[in-house]
Design a binder for this molecule. Structure first.
Ligand SMILES: [Zn+2]
Length: 173
């Protein structure tokens, strides 16, 4: 497994090591809601968290490094836990998880050429594209997107089409 790319495990580890960041994200989001906002930019909230929490390193530079991929994940996590505000972070990537008919979901879907079943294309930790049964992907569940591709996560219930296609032998050749 590549050490360079963020994975779901890495995201979880990152979050476990810095729970105060999500707590701050939740706090500021509720503050925005109290002020009357119905949608906002997750990136703007992270800019404020960075301003609050950043510490200079020995040469006076920033030490707050949060991978860009994680912003959307935090926004999705928050919306999943606060379903009454499901559209609050409507940035293009964050909005994609909300509906299976969103452009982002459709862009990654197709039909199996041998059995016709609807597929959803994901990538593995090794960056291999694999077909997943579309209906095994719950769009309301946390899904990690890496550089525009959804990451296959067996623990989230994603089922590879290789195991369900009646003609699997044919397209494995
Ligand atoms: Zn098939």
């Amino acid at each position: 497994m590549s050490a360079a790319s963020p994975t779901l495990d890495m995201l979880r580890a990152w979050h476990a090591a810095r729970p105060e960041i999500y707590a701050a994200f939740d706090h500021y989001t509720h503050e925005l809601i109290r002020r009357g906002f119905t949608c906002y930019s997750a990136q703007a909230i992270f800019a404020r968290i960075r301003w609050d929490m950043d510490q200079p390193n020995s040469s006076g530079g920033s030490t707050f490094a949060m991978p860009r991929d994680y912003f959307d994940q935090y926004a999705k996590k928050w919306m999943a836990e606060n379903s009454e505000h499901a559209g609050f972070f409507a940035a293009p990537a964050a909005a994609t998880a909300a509906s299976e008919h969103s452009p982002e979901m459709l862009k990654h879907s197709s039909s199996c050429r041998s059995c016709g079943k609807k597929l959803f294309w994901m990538i593995t930790h090794n960056h291999r594209r694999i077909p997943i049964d579309f209906d095994s992907v719950d769009p309301s569940k946390e899904m990690v997107w890496l550089a525009g591709d959804p990451l296959y996560d067996k623990s989230a219930g994603h089922i590879t089409h290789f195991t369900t296609c009646p003609n699997a032998e044919k397209h494995r050749q």
